[in-house]
Design a protein around this ligand. Structure first.
Ligand SMILES: C[S@@+](CC[C@H](N)C(=O)[O-])C[C@H]1O[C@@H](n2cnc3c(N)ncnc32)[C@H](O)[C@@H]1O
Length: 278
């Protein structure tokens, strides 16, 4: 675990690289988080017949495929947009100024420095650290357009090496491959078997054979809820069963996360490699 955190945000509590006090402005204008989320989603992902497009500020377009449970997805998006509008990301229980464990696990297991996708990346600083470490491209995927608009602004200096995708991972059809799949505390919100199966389907179609998946969430000793929502706690056995035979488990690391208000939460991170086709 020797990887140290460097870069402009190292050791600092960084709220948002933007110096514009958006929350204050929105509050003064009386704009609700629901409206703001819809507005940003309108900017970030115009709907087109038969599917959705996501258009990045740089102009790259990604076809995100059909989604059957549209209403369900919008409810989830509104929820998470409200979370990221109502308080600064530094006040969220999952906030960490430097994602040291994720970074170490990726650096130690990744086959080279190919493209990474951070599932449910929110406002995390992991993309910053990976890009600084020389990974070719990092994509932050999240339900919340509010969270991702801040990340996109912060990482604009990296140009086309950073991408954002506003999507529900359970409804997302990847149109390219990645060598690393990272998820810290997104899968654990999927408490229904059908959603978990869709998550694994997205993982299988996104991750190249030989690639690695780093999945962290509350361990069986961890809390029952996160951000006010019930969670499904996992350990290596439940993740192995979920992912199936074409994933080999490489490592398990138990981790205690201290939240900004001083509470300690038990996490477990597991690293898997995707088998090459036989
Ligand atoms: C607890 S936060 C963790 C954020 C980030 N991974 C980190 O470590 O700072 C969970 C994140 O997952 C996102 N999320 C929850 N359910 C999701 C889903 N079905 N698809 C995509 N993102 C989801 C939320 O919007 C939120 O940003």
């Amino acid at each position: 675990m020797g990887e140290t955190c460097t870069g402009p945000h190292a050791g600092k509590v960084v709220q948002n690289a933007s110096r514009i006090p958006w929350r204050l402005i929105w509050h003064e204008l009386g704009l609700s988080s629901r409206w703001i989320g819809r507005f940003l989603r309108g900017l970030y992902m115009p709907i087109r017949a038969g599917g959705r497009d996501f258009i990045e500020p740089g102009g790259r377009t990604e076809n995100r495929g059909e989604y059957e449970g549209q209403e369900n997805m919008e409810r989830r998006q509104d929820y998470w947009d409200r979370v990221y509008t109502d308080k600064p990301s530094t006040g969220c229980s999952w906030y960490e100024p430097c994602p040291t464990l994720s970074l170490d696990l990726i650096m130690q297991a990744a086959p080279g420095k190919g493209p990474v996708i951070d599932i449910g990346g929110g406002a995390s600083f992991l993309p910053d650290r990976l890009l600084e470490a020389g990974f070719s491209e990092v994509t932050s995927l999240d339900l919340s357009a509010v969270a991702l608009s801040g990340v996109a602004r912060r990482l604009a200096p990296f140009g086309t090496r950073h991408h954002v995708i506003v999507a529900d991972v359970t409804a997302w059809s990847p149109d390219r491959h990645y060598t690393v799949w990272h998820d810290r505390a997104a899968l654990h919100f999927l408490t229904e078997a059908a959603d978990q199966a869709r998550y694994v389907a997205a993982l299988r179609s996104a991750l190249l054979p030989g690639g690695i998946a780093v999945i962290g969430g509350f361990s069986p000793d961890g809390p029952l809820r996160c951000s006010g929502l019930p969670v499904m706690r996992h350990d290596s056995a439940s993740l192995c069963a979920l992912l199936g035979n074409d994933f080999t488990q490489l490592r398990t690391v138990d981790h205690l996360h201290e939240t900004p208000n001083g509470t300690v939460q038990a996490f477990q991170f597991n690293v898997f490699s995707r088998e090459h086709e036989r």
